[in-house]
Design a protein around this ligand. Structure first.
Ligand SMILES: [Fe+2]
Length: 273
């Protein structure tokens, strides 16, 4: 558990980046996009935006090829932001290497329970099922979530995981969703103060409601998937990040920003990944 001291009336502000899919080689491409360069451009534009925020949250699929060098590339790109970084794994991550590399960085924290001031908690879940693209929350994860929501009932809660809960209207992508969303919902509904759910994985923006909770998905820092297509379809929208403010009254204010100063276009003829 990590605690961050805030005055009562202050909002908690952080930045989410997701799905960089980096490689061992800085020249590595995913579906025609150099993911090292696109992620670096996102970080550059975050820096230039002079946004005021307290930490960075990376929501999985940080590396595509399980390489130590890929995770070191992540560190090299994110380090100049000069902020604490928290993370969860995605389906593509290789946690033994991920943990080892991140444990060597003083500004990257493995904590999954963030107590932020005396109003908010952020709970970071691991929905990875090793070796497959879909997600599932293990009994351990569900029990841990239940325990924290019970213990800190007076705190507003934001739940963070990699996989998606709401249909993207794309059969190819929805087969890779969180398989036991009903079990997650069953736990959340026991408590009054759960306010939002934040994820990555589907490489597209979602700002919606799911069973009364504010649901947010942030586009990838590289390749974008086009919603509402039953077959694999890429999008020409640009890499992005999200700003999130957790307000003292329990509401969440948020905005997605796409890069403006460069253009990354995928190979639109790719048939899958
Ligand atoms: Fe993913």
């Amino acid at each position: 558990m990590v605690e961050c001291i805030n005055r009562d009336d202050e909002q908690i502000r952080f930045i989410q980046i997701t799905d960089p899919h980096l490689f061992k080689e800085k020249t590595g491409e995913l579906l025609g996009i150099n993911t090292y360069n696109s992620f670096r451009q996102v970080v550059n534009e975050i820096q230039q935006s002079e946004t005021d925020y307290q930490f960075v949250l990376a929501t999985g699929d940080l590396v595509q090829d399980s390489s130590e060098e890929g995770y070191l590339n992540f560190c090299h790109i994110i380090h100049p932001l000069g902020k604490p970084v928290y993370w969860i794994p995605g389906n593509h991550d290789f946690q033994p290497v991920m943990r080892k590399v991140f444990a060597q960085q003083s500004y990257i924290y493995a904590d999954k329970h963030l107590l932020l001031g005396d109003k908010w908690q952020v709970l970071l879940l691991d929905s990875q099922v090793y070796g497959v693209p879909h997600g599932e929350l293990s009994q351990y994860q569900l029990d841990w979530l239940d325990e924290k929501l019970q213990e800190y009932q007076e705190y507003y809660s934001l739940i963070v995981l990699h996989h998606h809960l709401l249909s993207t209207n794309s059969v190819w992508l929805d087969q890779h969703n969180l398989r036991n969303a009903h079990e997650l919902l069953h736990i959340l509904q026991k408590y009054e103060n759960v306010r939002g759910i934040l994820h990555g994985h589907i490489h597209q923006q979602v700002d919606a409601q799911w069973n009364g909770y504010q649901l947010m998905c942030t586009p990838a820092t590289g390749v974008q998937f086009k919603p509402d297509n039953n077959v694999f379809t890429l999008d020409t929208l640009q890499p992005a990040w999200r700003e999130i403010s957790l307000m003292p009254d329990g509401t969440i204010e948020t905005q997605v920003h796409r890069i403006q100063q460069a253009k990354f276009l995928p190979n639109m003829h790719e048939l899958g990944y």
